[in-house]
Write a protein that binds this ligand. Structure first.
Ligand code: SF4
Length: 240
């Protein structure tokens, strides 16, 4: 299957190319981090018909809900939220307990599966393209992130308009454009996920060191961007 047009030297140009070349639904999933806030701004300023959705895991920081509300107000939109299936959540808690994710990797993956991966599947159902805030220099595991790829598991094109931007590029863009940002970023949280699984990083630590910090392996991901073997999904094709 051929990939849609994602040409352009700026993220804004890439989003415009994508929207022009995809006939069907395009979904952008935001977790309200710095990158996602920049993309929300670009989508709204560009007037693109790209659906903005989020996964409300039930364990998010209050600061994340605050910037969610601020974003809806600033851009005059309602961000559709997807939640864990109640029965699956009850079974998860029965099996592993309230904070079982601290004890075994299986429990952690099961929790991410119920709270993130399955809701994401519903969020992307019927979409032809998925926009993400991934950047290549976020971590070693994400080093091969390219502009666009075909996500064979989900049967859609997966696009990363900020793939070649640095953290500083994104921060500068948000500051210049007055984009609302999560208050936790200023408190040492470059990457923000669920409250029990995120901590601040120390100066010099990698951006994602504060995510699942008790796990020792390098490729710490929640399952949204990994394949069936648990490896980070790498791009198959790059488009400039
Ligand atoms: Fe559960 Fe932590 Fe994954 Fe959130 S990040 S879904 S609390 S294991």
């Amino acid at each position: 299957m051929s990939l849609p047009d994602f040409s352009g030297t700026t993220p804004q140009e890439r989003l415009a190319s994508l929207r022009r070349s995809v006939a069907g639904r395009i979904v952008f999933t935001t977790s309200f981090g710095l990158e996602d806030q920049a993309i929300t701004h670009m989508i709204r300023e560009g007037g693109h018909d790209i659906e903005i959705v989020t996964l409300d895991t039930g364990r998010l920081y209050s600061e994340t809900h605050a910037v969610w509300a601020e974003t809806e107000q600033r851009y005059g939109l309602r961000i559709r939220s997807f939640h864990p299936d109640p029965q699956a959540l009850a079974a998860l808690l029965d099996d592993w307990g309230a904070n079982g994710f601290y004890h075994t990797k299986d429990a952690r993956l099961a929790c991410c599966g119920v709270r993130k991966v399955e809701p994401l599947k519903r969020a992307l159902a019927g979409a032809e393209a998925w926009v993400t805030g991934l950047r290549a220099d976020q971590s070693q595991a994400r080093g091969d992130v390219m502009a666009i790829e075909f996500d064979t598991g989900r049967g859609l094109a997966k696009a990363a308009p900020l793939h070649d931007w640095s953290r500083e590029d994104v921060a500068r863009f948000c500051e210049t454009n007055g984009v609302p940002v999560n208050a936790l970023h200023a408190q040492g949280y470059p990457s923000i996920g669920c409250e029990p699984c995120t901590r601040a990083v120390k100066p010099g630590e990698p951006e994602r060191a504060g995510r699942w910090w008790w796990e020792q392996d390098d490729a710490k991901e929640c399952g949204l961007h990994v394949d069936a073997d648990g490896k980070f999904v790498r791009a198959k094709e790059a488009v400039q």
